[in-house]
Design a protein around this ligand. Structure first.
Ligand code: NBP
Length: 476
């Protein structure tokens, strides 16, 4: 065969990815379980480049040049395993299978191991940017062997988004690293969206402003440090008017946020690794709370609020406070997400370059933002930076906003506006910078009821106090 790249799974994502390859001059072998989708791609877009369509897996594999490079873009889970099982008997040593779906990284680790045992390369690759990204240039996060990237890199970098001429695609690390990083990307996306939603709610309740007015505030913010895709679309959404009712669109949408599960995976992994990703966790739980209909119904009009109406006097100052609080909380959420990447990288031996991850998220993906440059620069200054917040740029950028952040969180608490992500981010900030934490008391309690032992501030060793006896201290 002669095709340089193959795509199997031609629903919205695979179809657009195949077109992207073709538009960039690659000869693309295409295949889908049901041939209708393959046919329709050829019928609708066959003139965009060179497609080699096959009805059978056998013909599809045969149409590819070796080592074969096959992108699987099917529904994550059992479908991915089914497709791999079908492909493998037709492949030869050194061939490369890329799973570009939203796989959970433990599945990717399992699949990589199984294919490696057969002499094949398995590349779990995060692809972000939705339908439009797949067609016009996504952010691509490929894992697998470094050797496979020698073959894939030039092709994937060519079709990826570019920022300042730099591709939003780089080798992430072995086996599950690519899908892991995509998972954390999605977790950060949850946090970013929740923070924006809280800022909107604060402006709405504090200023009594309309959706359109708040949309204008977000549009202004998008010209500064907060410039990002999510802020831009927020401004757009808030200014959109519902045709049927004539109301602001956001006001007619049912207030129950759904999720497909990547936020949940991120939080579960944060717990597994013991990394406090409170911003992502609060964002995920906030979606869960919004959908807790029986609880919300039971609470509505029942739980006393003890608040007064919020009448902000200096509107411009309040808007600036919310902007600074949003920026600071956002840096916390990213700082936590990058901690999670560092922890997983150490745990799984992935050696992930965090600065490079921030670089490939600058374009193509949902969290694309100007400020990601600052993160790349921070990790360039110190590749082992233990805390993004402690980088010299961020200590300044966040530090200036701390008084505003405190006013906003305090105001929200006084006036009964729920700001779980703003509030927990500030609590994290104060916790991580504290000279001494009440964890000392937790250790004392644990030693009291469970003889779990403690260490002392004044000398080395592990100790237990005989709480129920004479309360002498023993070496443990
Ligand atoms: P879907 O996730 O809706 O999957 C549909 C595709 O899977 C079709 O090609 C279908 O073939 C194929 N398929 C299924 Br279902 N079961 C199969 C099986 N047992 N054997 C072979 N093929 C099977 O497609 P999508 O929305 O394009 O998403 C593809 C992947 O990309 C997913 O993993 C998704 O999570 C990920 N992703 C999506 C987005 C997005 O914005 N949609 C963004 C980023 C990542 P058929 O045509 O014969 O039914």
């Amino acid at each position: 065969g002669t095709a340089e790249i193959g795509v199997t799974g031609l629903a919205v994502m695979g179809r657009n990815l195949a077109r992207n390859f073709a538009r960039n001059g690659f000869t693309v072998a295409i295949h889908n379980r049901s041939f209708a989708k393959t046919q329709s791609l050829v019928d609708d877009h066959g003139d965009e480049g060179t497609f080699v369509a096959s009805e059978s897996v056998e013909d599809f594999v045969a149409s590819l040049a070796r080592p074969r490079k096959i992108v699987v873009m099917v529904k994550a889970g059992a479908a991915t395993d089914a497709v791999i099982d079908e492909l493998v008997p037709h492949l030869d040593e050194g061939d490369i299978v890329v799973d570009a779906g939203n796989a959970h990284f433990p599945d990717t680790i399992r699949r990589e191991k199984a294919l490696r045992a057969k002499g094949l390369h398995f590349v779990g690759s995060g692809v972000s940017g939705g339908e439009e990204g797949a067609l016009l240039g996504p952010s691509i996060m490929p894992g697998g062997t470094a050797e496979s990237y020698q073959w894939l890199g030039p092709i994937l970098e060519k079709i990826s988004a570019k920022v300042d001429g730099v591709p939003c695609c780089t080798y992430v690390g072995p086996d599950g690293a690519g899908h892991f990083v995509k998972m954390v990307h999605n977790g950060i996306e949850y946090a970013d969206m929740q923070l924006i939603a809280e800022a909107y709610d604060l402006l709405k309740q504090g200023l009594g402003a309309s959706a359109a007015e708040i949309g204008q505030i977000f549009a202004d913010w998008n010209t500064g440090d907060l410039e990002s895709f999510l802020i831009e679309i927020t401004a757009d959404v808030l200014q959109h008017v519902d045709a049927a009712s004539g109301s602001a669109f956001v006001d007619i949408v049912l207030d129950r946020a759904e999720q497909k599960g990547t936020g949940r995976w991120t939080v579960q992994n944060g717990l597994d690794l013991g990394v406090p990703i409170t911003g992502i966790a609060e964002a995920t739980f906030a979606r869960a709370l919004s959908g807790s209909v029986p609880q919300r119904t039971a609470a509505l009009g029942t739980l006393p609020a003890h608040t007064t109406d919020w009448q902000v006097e200096d509107r411009a100052a309040f808007i600036e406070d919310v902007r600074l609080a949003l920026y600071a909380s956002k840096v916390v959420a990213y700082s936590q997400g990058f901690d999670q990447i560092a922890a997983a990288s150490a745990e799984f031996g992935w050696d992930i370059d965090r600065g490079a991850m921030a670089r490939i998220w600058r374009g193509g993906c949902i969290i694309r933002a100007r400020f990601l440059n600052r993160i790349t620069e921070a990790y360039e200054r110190n590749v082992d930076l233990p805390l993004l917040l402690a980088d010299e740029y961020f200590t300044g950028a966040v530090g200036n906003g701390v008084p505003a952040w405190r006013r906003v969180v305090a105001g929200a608490a006084l006036h009964g506006v729920p700001t779980p992500a703003f509030s927990s981010s500030l609590a994290y900030y104060d916790g991580v910078r504290a000279e001494r934490l009440p964890a000392a008391l937790i250790q004392a309690q644990r030693d009291f009821f469970g003889a779990h032992t403690y260490r002392r501030t004044d000398r080395d060793g592990t100790f237990h106090t005989t709480w129920s006896g004479d309360r002498t201290e023993q070496d443990a």
